[in-house]
Write a protein that binds this ligand. Structure first.
Ligand code: C2E
Ligand code: CA
Ligand code: CA
Length: 249
């Protein structure tokens, strides 16, 4: 597993970490999630792997929050875990989540489940009920890769989502492509009207970061700030109360 920091752009403090799966094959080396996750989904292995991810991520979060509490100031930290459509279709994620929450003692409000837009394209009634069941446990829900899917915007009204993650394809041209700037501005305005949090993904340059701040985006994630790292790396950042120098940008 790897974890990637999400930074609050007004304070430079890490406010969340996204849990990301990794597979280090003994002979083939690192295999990208885009290669193996579809196979894990087809074979159904995503269900036990996903359960394990959720347990690990929540367990880690509790440990990091404990370190934070021993430090001066109140710096909340949350964790984001990716859920695939297949997990929702073939397993009782709410049941799993209830168990993990009680085993780890994590505050449900500190757990965010990231779902791609494909969830919202399928059976609206089924997924509406499934997501409502998850929400009822107190966790938050985010739409991942926002703007890249094909579903209608009406799902923002129909589903109980709390946040959107602006996909890297839009962040890419910020500061250079006026269309990308306009699109992100529109997403931010819409999210603001619907009271959804916005996180920008895939921030790689200072220009992108500057533009995001100017557009009022509060949270960002990307190689410029930090690459996904092993849990130890996050422990180090938490222990040293690391702050990113983004406040002045
Ligand atoms: P995602 O949820 O959109 O995750 C963000 C991806 O962007 C990660 O790729 C991350 O390493 C990469 N990334 C972060 N910052 C940058 C940047 O500045 N530039 C570039 N070029 N890339 C950046 P990763 O780890 O390869 O994961 C790919 C996808 O695999 C994820 O996309 C997610 O959809 C899926 N995935 C990963 N872990 C899990 C998991 O535990 N469960 C499920 N269901 N899906 C997962
Ligand atoms: Ca994600
Ligand atoms: Ca994403």
């Amino acid at each position: 597993m790897a974890y990637q920091p999400v930074i609050d752009l007004s304070t430079g403090i890490m406010v969340s970490v996204e849990a990301l799966l990794r597979w280090n094959h003994p002979e083939r080396g690192a295999i990208a999630p885009v290669e193996f996750i579809p196979i894990a989904e087809e074979t159904g292995l995503i269900v036990p792997i996903g359960a394990w991810m959720l347990e690990q991520a929540c367990g880690q979060l509790v440990a990091w929050q404990r370190i934070r509490r021993s430090q001066p100031g109140e710096s909340p930290l949350t964790v984001a875990v990716n859920l695939s459509v297949r997990q929702l279709l073939t397993s009782d994620v709410a049941h799993l989540l209830r168990g993990v929450l009680s085993d780890t003692g994590v505050d449900p409000a500190d757990v965010c489940l990231e779902l791609t837009e494909s969830v919202f394209m399928e059976d609206v009634d089924f997924f509406g009920r499934a997501l409502a069941g998850l929400k009822a446990l107190g966790v938050t829900l985010a739409i991942d890769d926002f703007g890249t899917g094909y579903s209608s915007l009406s799902y923002l009204k129909r589903f109980p989502v709390d946040a959107v993650k602006v996909d890297r394809v839009f962040v890419d041209g910020l500061g250079t492509d006026p269309h990308d700037t306009a699109l992100v501005a529109a997403i931010v305005a819409m999210a603001g009207a619907l009271e959804l949090d916005v996180t920008a993904e895939g921030v790689e340059t200072v220009e992108q970061l500057t533009e995001l701040k100017a557009l009022g985006v509060r949270r960002a994630q990307g190689y410029l700030l930090a690459r996904p790292m092993a849990a130890d790396g996050i422990t180090q950042l938490v222990t040293t109360a690391h702050r990113w120098g983004v406040a002045g940008i």
